[in-house]
Design a protein around this ligand. Structure first.
Ligand code: ADP
Length: 470
């Protein structure tokens, strides 16, 4: 089967979060099981762009309203990622350093989607499935079906995967002129509460809608930033497929970012060596349990609760643990966490940056990873942590509920709590300290986690089975 994934991010070309990890791994695993999956994304100006060789695959031009844009589709020459990676360059619109965060993001991603469809209309090998990811690509199912210019490819089935339903790409109706001529009787498919809502349009028009865990799909039907009723109405075509992880990138036995590689057999010793190195860097005592938090510093992740949690845990158990935070996001949270760096020197530190290498070192070295998320569509951090023998301390929500079982339950391996509040988090923290002191249990939990079959192999097959239904 030929599958074209359309995504704003794709690891290692450009990554802001879990979407990139999925777009960079799912196609590879689909190809491993005999399919032909490719990825198309905007041509962000990243290191990967400059450090690799590209060939021109297509050149064309599109209109957005009266504005004409020439575009170029380039392809990574070597296929070294395990799939063909195509990038769309539109001078002045898509050739930027950041993935998101510009005032004209609506124009940028609309142009990207129009260019993808224009290219497909001119491509000899049309895919059997177009698989679009999140709101940046979610106008494609609508445009494919209802823009006159794409009629010769309108039969191609479309799947929309939602990695985060909070962001919907809202656009004022004044921007409708960006779209190529379309069947205006269908305006209701674009509209949600008086604005153009690309994510809602995608849910209405895609042949299948998936999200990245069954638990999150259930939650979207109750709370989806205004779209919950839509998810209930469209439930017949909605599915939850849990994300996997790329076992080739995330493998403590071969990871080149970490100094001491280890496997399940020597995990205790291997982690200890990595921890000693990381602790030296931050002046922490390696004998103490090391807690980490990695991720976007936003309310969704409950990062706003971290300063108070730190104050309370250090008041309770000063000298008994270390805590390292890596993240970036809302400025007030960054400021609060950063300003605590001088308060518990030798026990606490935070790095307000995006640092892939340090994240790998932290997963490899830490004893516990905290994820108190308010919303968690799937969550990849807990899967990476477990693969590296780090116990996840998570709130039971979305994908965290689907992937982490409390170690108090038969066969369990993580620490779970119900609500993102101080009481629940402090209790979970106490349980983590107790587990750290119980070496035999910790070893057992570690080996259970490290043997979990969380690779993409399983989920890649599930996507193929779903494609076959359409
Ligand atoms: P999100 O909601 O942000 O997509 P996920 O858990 O699905 O959350 O994926 C987050 C991904 O981004 C993981 O690969 C994680 O390691 C990575 N990540 C997040 N913040 C940082 C950071 N500051 N530095 C390095 N990696 C990060």
């Amino acid at each position: 089967m030929e599958i074209l994934h359309v995504s704003a991010e794709c690891y290692p070309m450009a990554k802001a979060g879990g979407l990139a990890d999925v777009a960079g791994a799912l196609p590879k695993y689909q190809n491993k099981i005999g399919h032909n999956a490719k990825v198309v994304m905007p041509m962000h100006r990243t290191k990967f762009l400059y450090n690799n060789q590209w060939e021109v695959a297509h050149k064309g031009a599109i209109f957005m309203g009266d504005n004409k844009y020439e575009y170029t589709v380039i392809k990574e020459e070597t296929n070294k990622l395990g799939f063909n990676l195509f990038c769309i360059d539109i001078n002045g619109l898509l050739d930027r350093e950041m993935i998101y965060g510009y005032d004209d993001d609506a124009e940028r991603f609309t142009a990207f989607q129009i260019a993808v469809l224009d290219w497909l209309s001119n491509w000899q090998h049309q895919p059997d499935i177009i698989h679009v990811h999140d709101h940046h690509a979610a106008l494609i199912p609508f445009m494919l079906k209802f823009c006159y210019t794409y009629q010769q490819i309108a039969h191609i089935p479309c799947v929309l995967t939602i990695h985060n339903g909070q962001y919907q790409g809202w656009m004022d109706w004044a921007k409708v002129g960006y779209l190529p001529a379309w069947d205006t009787w269908r305006w209701g498919l674009l509209d949600w509460s008086g604005v153009i809502n690309p994510l809602a349009a995608g849910v209405k028009c895609a042949d299948l809608v998936t999200t990245v865990s069954p638990g999150y799909m259930q939650e979207l039907m109750q709370e989806a930033n205004g779209l919950e009723g839509l998810f209930r109405t469209e439930a017949y075509k909605c599915h939850g497929v849990i994300n996997g992880i790329d076992f080739e990138v995330w493998n403590p036995a071969t990871d080149t970012y970490i100094a001491h590689n280890f496997s399940i057999k020597n995990a205790t010793a291997g982690k200890k060596l990595n921890k000693e190195m990381l602790c030296k860097q931050f002046d922490f005592n390696p004998q103490l349990p090391l807690f980490i938090f990695i991720g976007r510093l936003v309310e969704e992740k409950a990062a706003d609760l971290l300063p108070e949690l730190l104050i309370q845990t250090f008041a309770k158990a000063r000298d008994k643990f270390s805590f390292l935070i890596l993240g970036s996001g809302e400025k007030n949270i960054e400021h609060q966490l950063g300003s605590l760096n001088n308060r518990w020197v030798g026990y606490y530190n935070s790095k307000m940056e995006y640092n892939e290498k340090l994240s790998h070192q932290m997963y490899a070295s830490a004893d516990f990873l905290l994820m108190p998320s308010r919303v968690e569509p799937c969550g990849l951090n807990q899967l990476y942590a477990m693969r590296y023998g780090t116990v996840p301390v998570v709130r039971r929500i979305g994908g965290l509920k689907d992937t982490v079982q409390d170690y108090g339950d038969e066969g369990g391996y993580g620490i779970c709590f119900n609500y993102p509040n101080m009481g629940d988090m402090l209790h979970a923290f106490d349980r983590a300290l107790a587990l750290y002191d119980d070496e035999a249990s910790l070893k057992k939990v570690r080996s259970t986690m490290m043997s979990l079959k969380t690779s993409w192999e399983v989920s890649a097959k599930q996507y193929i089975e779903l494609y076959q239904t359409i």
